[in-house]
Design a protein around this ligand. Structure first.
Ligand code: GLC
Length: 747
């Protein structure tokens, strides 16, 4: 009784956590309590992706509460395309669906950070209203190679486009008073053996490409959290690297937030805390005990632990859980669906259009390709979302008032019923959430020929879905399959021989090969994975209700072999059973780490990533360049003006809509450096601006800012940023291959 009274007295006398008493709270915590704050609650059901039922069912992770000092548990949940929590819970009929937004690549394809911010704002509202504290997104890693299984979650091959998009996303999410988590820091560009792969990359490529995207995001948006990556970087695990997490992230960039591991990432808990990785997620007893014993055995200083606990508490006091926010569990999903559509509308990229688009909804449209009837809203793995619905193209066209050619519509509707059932059976057996069974493509030749008689045009959709934990198979994912090519050839021959147009829709999470078949189509649209409203977005682009204004956030090369990283990336042959279990990096004896592209990946291409490589060394190996995208109207640019401003320059360009339809245009500002003190790319994107919607005949002036520091390159010799003296060329261009308007400046 006395003990209880004493405990109650102590509890009553203990202060509670406040933003202004964190040092005092830290001094009152026991070592065990400190370890409990830093090491997460663990994953209740490891179905390949982080999940945890502490706090919110189906979230990814949580921290432990310390009630006696008023420290709440905070909840962490994925992902970059929307909040991922379980849509149903036992004991209630209420559902907890979340809006399925367009994938990261599609957000970047809008080249419209203002719009991306709106998507983040809506997404962050669902985080808040469903009782989550930190959203584990955006994912921002560079598209080093088109076969990376997680490229769909990521933005671009270029760090400026990716960084600006990331900063906008973070600002949008955090405007709700919840946290974002920029991930995966850093150099996480392949999925094969992702837990142990050693990315071997030069300092210059690190600074100018792979870290630059994070630097822009940190400097512009100060995200509450960052997530370290699973891989090693030049022999040190990303979560255990003081040079990365303390010297660069905090020392150079001034990051003020909290760093967490990826789920189960890294090995040495003491090294992680020492390096500046505060939260160990998802957490386990082993990690908890390892931390405590490291302190007791003197391998980890209490000062390092207290620094990490301080940063963890600085995060916690910002969270809704600490503020006692009463979440509604009822965000406005209808309003968010409208935002989702608006963003997707601007992310669609029109690659080709020879008299085919826009059309309808008058006349009759022959709709082909199983993906038209089973649209892909997003990618798989932790970046997936439990959406309330997905609008496929068949429904989207019907809602937009299109008339579909009856024979094919009837055939596919019946065929897809069986295929949906078969796919569900196969998916049901998949433990690892990545593999999605896709309907088998068919080529109904007679129906195609009959449709070519009665319909006015044809639309063929091809889809590709992939995700976390697996890279793409060159032959079955990057290349179109024989049946798909056969379907396109049959359709192209049947319709074009009757003077009717063929449009191809690519509903894909990343680049596919297009060069060998693009002449079979009169129009090609990439709608990426547009989220739950996908069918409506594509239908409104086909009808002309939406004038496409997306631009490619990466280069589409003519062949995979032309990719600068092709000889340093793992090739997966689906016909060879590849053991996907992640190699366990043998502790300590890294010398055994000998298998190229699996145990280690040599970033031999250095800074020559994407258009930096193609513009400078292989311009003819490009099918569609970085930044490319057509419109239903035309624009004329003039009066490019450059004037000095403090610490840099202001660049203005007048853009006039010279066509008959309203539309938006994008001005991309590249810089071409003298390149005398070190080899430089022919051009590098330094800024960009999207116009508001311009009516026919209307002119607007876009303005972009260029800082002198933007011109610096990383000198391997001096280990610092160096801005070369001499004459620089500023290029306002439509894409990386466009000559554009040019002006000179001198340093
Ligand atoms: C996963 C992913 C990471 C995700 C986390 C929680 O393995 O790599 O992006 O946020 O675990 O699910």
């Amino acid at each position: 009784m006395l003990t209880l009274m004493l405990a109650a007295a102590i509890a009553a006398s203990s202060p509670v956590l406040r933003p202004d008493n964190i040092p005092e709270i830290v001094s009152l915590l026991t070592l065990e309590e400190k370890a409990a704050i830093l090491v997460g609650c663990g994953s209740t059901a490891f179905d390949g992706i982080g999940r945890n039922d502490v706090g919110v069912k189906g979230s990814a992770g949580a921290t432990h509460a310390i009630p006696r000092l008023g420290i709440p548990s905070i909840v962490l949940a994925d992902g970059p395309a929307g909040l991922r929590i379980d849509p149903t819970r036992p004991g209630t009929d209420k559902t907890f669906y979340c809006t399925g937004f367009p994938i990261g690549t599609m957000l970047a394809s809008t080249w419209n950070p203002g719009l991306v911010r709106e998507a983040g704002q809506a997404m962050g509202n669902e985080v808040l209203e469903y009782g989550v504290d930190v959203l584990l997104g955006p994912g921002v890693n560079i598209h080093r190679n088109p076969l990376c299984g997680r490229n769909f979650e990521y933005y671009s091959e270029d760090p400026v486009l990716a960084g600006e998009t990331a900063a906008a996303m973070v600002d949008g999410i955090e405007s709700n008073g919840v946290g974002a988590c920029v991930k995966h820091f850093a150099v996480n560009n392949q999925e094969l053996n992702r837990l142990h792969n050693d990315a071997r990359v030069s300092r210059r490529a690190l600074r100018e490409i792979y870290l630059k995207v994070f630097e822009i995001a940190v400097r512009k948006s100060q995200p509450w959290t960052l997530m370290t990556s699973y891989n090693y970087i030049n022999g040190t695990h990303a979560s255990e690297a003081p040079w990365l997490l303390t010297d660069i992230l905090r020392g150079d960039w001034g990051f003020e937030g909290t760093v967490m591991t990826d789920w189960g990432g890294g090995y040495d808990t003491a090294a992680q805390i020492h390096a500046g990785n505060e939260l160990i997620q998802s957490g386990s007893d082993a990690r908890y005990n390892a931390l405590i014993s490291a302190v007791k055995e003197g391998r980890l200083s209490m000062a390092d632990v207290d620094r990490s606990v301080t940063r963890a508490l600085e995060l916690i006091v910002k969270c809704p859980a600490y503020r006692g926010y009463k979440h509604s569990d009822a965000p406005d999903l209808e309003a968010h669906a409208a935002v989702c559509r608006k963003v997707a509308d601007e992310g669609v990229v029109l690659l080709k259009n020879e008299g085919a688009l826009p059309f309808g909804p008058s006349g009759t449209t022959a709709l082909l390709g199983v993906t038209s009837y089973a649209f892909i809203a997003g990618g798989t793995g932790s970046g997936d979302v439990h959406r309330p619905y997905v609008v496929d193209l068949q429904q989207g066209l019907a809602d937009e008032g299109f008339t579909l050619e009856g024979g094919l519509d009837q055939f596919y509707t019946a065929y897809m019923q069986d295929e949906r059932w078969r796919c569900a059976m196969v998916d049901g057996k998949n433990s690892w959430v990545i593999d999605r069974e896709r309907p088998i493509e068919v080529v109904p030749v007679d129906l195609i020929r009959a449709a070519a008689e009665s319909a006015d045009r044809a639309v063929v959709t091809f889809g590709r879905v992939f995700g976390e934990g697996k890279d793409r198979d060159l032959y079955h994912s990057y290349l179109l399959q024989d049946r798909e090519l056969q379907l396109l050839r049959e359709t192209s021959q049947a319709f074009r021989s009757r003077g009717k147009k063929v449009t191809v829709i690519l509903n894909i999470g990343g680049v596919v090969e297009v060069d060998s078949w693009k002449d079979l189509a009169d129009a090609i649209i990439i709608c990426w994975q547009p989220g739950e409203e996908g069918g409506h977005t594509v239908a409104s682009v086909l009808s002309g209700e939406v004038n496409p204004s997306g631009r490619l956030p990466m280069t589409i090369s003519r062949r995979y072999e032309d990719e600068p990283s092709a000889s340093n990336f793992p090739l997966i042959y689906a016909d060879k059973p590849f053991n996907y279990s992640f190699y366990r990096r043998l502790e300590g004896n890294k010398k055994d780490y000998t298998v190229k592209d699996i145990d280690y990946t040599d970033y031999e291409e250095d800074i020559w990533v994407g258009y930096r490589y193609f513009c400078t060394k292989a311009p003819r190996r490009v099918a569609y360049p970085f930044g490319y995208g057509l419109s239903y109207t035309s624009f004329k640019w003039k009066n490019m003006k450059v004037e000095e401003a403090e610490g840099g320059w202001k660049v203005r360009v007048d853009v006039t809509n010279t066509g008959k339809r309203a539309g938006k245009d994008v001005v991309e500002l590249y810089v071409s450096a003298p390149g005398k003190d070190m080899e430089k790319p022919a051009r590098e994107l330094k800024a960009f601006a999207k116009t508001p919607e311009l009516q026919p005949g209307e002119t607007c002036t876009v303005e972009m800012t260029l800082a002198e520091s933007d011109l610096a390159s990383w000198s391997e010799a001096s280990g610092a940023w160096v801005t070369e003296k001499g004459r620089y060329r500023l290029i306002a261009a439509r894409n990386a291959a466009d000559r554009g308007l040019r002006r000179k400046i001198r340093i």
